[in-house]
Design a protein around this ligand. Structure first.
Ligand code: HPA
Ligand SMILES: [Zn+2]
Length: 335
């Protein structure tokens, strides 16, 4: 199964670029920017990566992102992730970035987007990887701050496909961002949002009814509300599920209880993603493997998940057709 997973081309639909920041690169960039970080060794960093909830993780994640200053830092960060895509047979990826994590520290929006864009072009040329950008608003900040970010993004609108909503979920329901999502959609951005990761099913209802999302990030807790499950199926909304993240943030107690199989059994279009792979212990193949082993997923289940990843991506219909042919070829070659 491990080889089968590795052999399949995949799309990743839920990945925070700041969450792909490996400690080795963090040390290197901190040093060249002459920024002190509270760890002396990589081992010390890894030891600090023990989380009991989302907020525990976010505190460390924002601190880590604090060493990113120059355009080249964002370029290097993204190139390191694209290299992992290449190694994991990820041929299409939709990358979330959090502008406010940087603009709040005085880093210009253009520094962030220019670094990411240069990496995107180089990754396409070097490895043939296609990627889209999802600009995520931080939900612990105000809607006004999200509006400011929307405004800053407009000169770069052509580089950004979608807007998302991430950070501390509890107490920051999707409804808080109704107006800025409406304005973002008017600008041509496709709406997505984290919902039902830690937060209740009610937040998923708000994401679909009020923000009118095209996809739900996480969404695990939809299983607590039968009407919601039926509505997600009826509206053909995909969930971007992140198994190792759920385990590391204790939203799943043990992987054998992970809801992925139950979601598939209810005909929900689930996908597998890595979320913040540098913090949660693995990239795409590792996520697939962990959940495959724990839930005893079949080859057919894996193929369904991989097909979902392409079908529910924001790629063009032509690209999707090409990707699915690649999947069928890989399956045939493997057999
Ligand atoms: O898993 C996450 N959840 C919410 N916000 C985030 N920002 C980065 N990763 C996450
Ligand atoms: Zn996430």
């Amino acid at each position: 199964m491990k080889d089968f997973i590795a052999a399949l081309p995949k799309a990743e639909l839920h990945l925070h670029i700041e969450g792909s920041f490996e400690p080795e690169l963090m040390f290197e960039i901190a040093q060249r920017n002459q920024i002190e970080i509270p760890y002396k060794t990589i081992d010390e960093v890894k030891k600090a990566y023990q989380f009991s909830c989302l907020q525990d993780f976010l505190d460390i994640y924002y601190a880590g992102a604090g060493v990113l200053i120059q355009e080249k830092d964002f370029y290097d960060l993204a190139m390191a992730y694209y290299q992992k895509c290449y190694e994991n047979n990820v041929i299409h990826t939709e990358i979330m970035f959090d502008p406010q994590t940087h603009t709040e520290r005085g880093i210009a929006f253009e520094t962030v987007i220019n670094g990411l864009q240069k990496a995107r072009l180089d990754a396409k040329e070097k490895w043939g990887i296609n990627s889209l950008f999802i600009m995520s608003y931080l939900r612990h900040l105000s809607e006004e701050s999200a509006f400011e970010t929307l405004k800053q993004s407009l000169p770069y609108k052509d580089l950004i496909t979608s807007v998302g909503l991430d950070s501390s979920e509890m107490g920051n329901p999707p409804a808080k961002f109704k107006n800025v999502f409406e304005a973002s959609v008017k600008e041509g951005y496709i709406p997505v949002a984290h919902a039902g990761e830690e937060g209740p099913a009610e937040y998923i209802w708000e994401a679909i009814d009020i923000l009118k999302v095209a996809r739900i990030d996480h969404g695990n807790r939809c299983l607590e509300d039968e009407n919601l499950v039926q509505e997600i199926v009826k509206r053909n909304l995909a969930l971007t599920v992140c198994p190792l993240s759920n385990l590391e943030l204790r939203n799943t107690d043990v992987m054998t209880n992970h809801p992925l199989k139950r979601l598939l059994d209810r005909d929900i279009k689930a996908t597998v993603n890595s979320d913040d792979p540098a913090y949660f212990g693995g990239y795409m193949n590792a996520n697939f493997q962990a959940v495959q082993e724990a839930l005893d997923l079949s080859k057919e289940d894996i193929i369904t998940l991989v097909k979902n990843s392409f079908n529910y991506s924001f790629a063009t219909d032509e690209q999707k057709k090409y990707y699915l042919e690649k999947v069928y070829e890989a399956v045939a070659d493997f057999n």
